[in-house]
Design a protein around this ligand. Sequence first.
Ligand SMILES: [Zn+2]
Length: 267
Amino acid sequence: MLEGSLNEENIKLLIIAAVYLILFTTEHYAPYFKNRHLHLPHSLRNLTLATINALISTIFFIAILKHILTWSGNNQVGLLNQLNLPGIYSLLLALLLIDLWQYIWHRLNHQISWLWKFHQVHHADKDMDASTGLRFHPVEIIYSNLIRISIIPLIGFQLDHLLLYNILLLPITLFHHSNIKLNERIDKILRIITVTPHMHRLHHSDIQSETDSNYASVFSIWDRLFKSYTMRPIEQAFNLGLSSSYSDRQWNRIYGMLALPFANKTS
Ligand SMILES: [Zn+2]
């Protein structure tokens, strides 16, 4: 089983690396926010945090996650197992339910103050690019994994469901955090189905009402359905990051990102 999980992790890593390199290059030649001279050092800092998180997930959670998935499958536990739908319908419903959970969980990270303390490390980045999609505080990664482990038996997700969802989620997350300038019409068409760079960029705006909107991860429908969708013309100027001093340079170094949730002030 361990060998299998390592293979899947390698595939995930290859997909992330390939998509990231394409986006990094595109950000260089067709950026939305221009004149960023420190693209590489900025990305390397975020990727260092991402590496710490990948190690935590690999060492502590992958084996447990697989054990829970096998257990709930063998015991036919959870909604999807009880519904017993034909394979393709079960898969589609599973993808929608995982993505709905991502939406709810992300929204809770903005609404519950102690969750926000950690999630704001992701939002403090005022030079958001594809690397920001992997920039999370390790504590957020730990409790997100713990919650996910508890949700699996309730919904009855299977290993294939989570694998396919991750294969969709990771490239889309990198894409919608990227600093690439898409044609407004293309962005508009894409965001009928999925989350585009401009849609998610507004979630990283330094205006609170925009930060508290556009929470979706893969399918954009959730923001429309739950009335958290915000849009503004692609050419209209705005700033990224937090309005507080947490977006200052000191909080965007590796030590600063790790220390930020424990800093003694509110934002
Ligand atoms: Zn957020």
